[in-house]
Design a protein around this ligand. Sequence first.
Ligand code: UT7
Length: 325
Amino acid sequence: MVRRSIVAGVGACLPERIVTNAELARRIDTSDEWIRERSGIHQRHIAGDGEMTSDLATRAAEKALAAAGMGADDVGIIVLATSTPDETFPATATVVQSKLGCSNGSMGFDVQAVCSGFVYALATADNFLKAGQVDTALVLGAETFSRILDWEDRTTCVLFGDGAGAVLLKAGDGKGSSDDRGVLSTHLHSDGRLHDLLYVDGGPSSTGEVGLLRMEGREVFKHAVTKMSEVTVEALEANGLDADEIDWFVPHQANRRIIDGTARKLGITGERVVVTIDQHANTSAASIPLALSVAVDDERIQQGNLVLLEAMGGGLTWGSGIIRW
Ligand code: UT7
């Protein structure tokens, strides 16, 4: 018998305001055609004035709790992945804890791994559950990247959007095989030597200001397909699984060409790939739980399905995970 982290509910939240490529093209030197062709993005959601990362995360968390039929005080740990916290401190997870009305003294903290954040948060929560320290975990990816974009830089500002997604995990028993329901494994990596490819040019200890996102897009692209293919193969091999056995591939949504390239390398055909980049753009740590939520809501992902996740982001960080739903 082994302890497993089983998905009990998912939820998502997108800000109301939608910004189309055409709207951006009226403000900066770009075009709908360029953005669609190079990234696959058609539109993005942008947070309203005063709408914070914690607000989006709280709404996503409420939906995941409702889907699982649980209340705020059933949560043992909140792990929130974000690079756009409400404040430098405290952790946005504790803000969400308060907004949800948790009063059971459970723990909450943030995880910072940029676009790989959700996979890092999932791995962290899974390990707390497997260690027996908690029985229920709320794993969140929530971002307001619109606040750290240089809206004069057309090479980056057209690519990102705001949103949040939540996955509620509950401890259960398994046999230790890939037939078990729950998180089967997670695989995390980072290489700090690649800092300059994707970073924010500010922070409390360097400039004293929040800073703006800077990216060498073409270089990041090259690393993305290679690293994400490698880390997904690592996940498949760790579980003795073949790519054919994967029901749903849910990659980080950074660029349609990266998603297609990675899926092609794995031999996973288009209809088994969950794609939301057209509607959401790149929502960093929120992109995977948002995509999971879409595919659960439209009933593509069913209980018992094998779901493969992967992501890469600033750091560079990258990682993967396999969940039997
Ligand atoms: O989530 C974290 C990880 N992030 C990523 O994975 C992002 C990875 N990178 C990418 O997705 C792609 O590299 C981009 C979408 C950022 C760029 O696509 P690309 O095919 O690599 O284009 P490029 O950077 O090579 O630029 C091609 C041309 C340039 O013009 P020249 O030098 O060829 O004359 C750019 O100046 O496109 C120009 N360009 C634009 N044109 C219109 C760059 N941005 C824009 C724009 N609108 N917004």
